[in-house]
Write a protein that binds this ligand. Structure first.
Ligand code: SAH
Length: 218
């Protein structure tokens, strides 16, 4: 069961969350405003309503998680999204990160490999509010060649390696934010695509994501 009521109490809790994210080092005001504006409790079972604004990950369907707000803010900040940019997201999950990107004004193409999670977005209450977000059921390792090139690519699952097809689908000068590593911990990387097709790499903090898996799951 989900509850779609956004009360003053929820807004107050979001203000607290934004404060926590600032204390943890998030500085991008646009990202903080997006988090202030989005009712995160809409993305979770109402059993979690009271703790939806703690800075932690939560279970959703199909043994997946909605990422920790700090992680969402961190990746969104690194992505440096500008309005109307084309952004490819791998791992729709709850859809929260996609909606943060939508709030930042991006044209979002988001892919989920779990059919059960994908199906939720067909009738999600915020869907009509963000017509610039397009949802796809598929394998993120393949990307979306039909819609390439993308200005930005964001991977929200632990990638065992940098998927070559996603690099191909970036424009020159485009950026990819990707947690790479196969164990319990991944290193956040930001790649920038060069004119010769190679990428330069910046290395950031460690995070812990659910794995990025090959193929689709019905
Ligand atoms: N962005 C999400 C985070 C969800 S967790 C949010 O804001 O809630 C990561 C998601 O990536 C899971 O839903 C998982 O099913 C999905 N995933 C893993 N491997 C994938 C792949 N190859 N293609 C698409 N989605 C994938």
């Amino acid at each position: 069961m989900r509850s779609f009521e956004d009360t003053y109490r929820h807004k107050g809790l979001r203000m607290q969350l934004v404060k926590v994210l600032k204390e943890k080092g998030i500085t991008d005001e646009r990202v903080l405003t997006a988090i202030q504006n989005i009712p995160r409790h809409y993305f979770m079972d109402s059993a979690f309503d009271k703790i939806a604004y703690e800075d932690r990950a939560f279970p959703i369907d199909a043994d997946q998680t909605i990422s920790q707000p700090y992680t969402v803010a961190y990746q969104s900040q690194l992505l440096e999204v500008k309005p109307l940019e084309k952004v490819l997201e791998i791992g729709t999950g709850s859809g929260y990160q996609a909606i943060v990107l939508g709030e930042l004004g991006a044209n979002v193409f988001t892919i989920e490999r779990q059919k059960k999670l994908f199906d939720v977005h067909r009738r999600f209450i915020l869907r009509d509010k963000y017509p610039r977000i397009k949802y796809f059921y598929g394998d993120g390792f393949e990307g979306l060649p039909t819609f390439a090139p993308f200005d930005k690519v964001i991977i929200t699952a632990a990638a065992p390696y940098i998927p070559p097809r996603l690099v191909q689908q970036m424009r020159t000068g485009g950026k990819m934010v990707i947690p790479v590593g196969e164990g319990h911990v991944q290193r956040m990387l930001r790649l920038t695509k060069q004119a010769d097709g190679t990428t330069t790499e910046e290395i950031f903090e460690n995070f812990s994501f659910v794995p990025m898996l090959e193929g689709k799951n019905s």
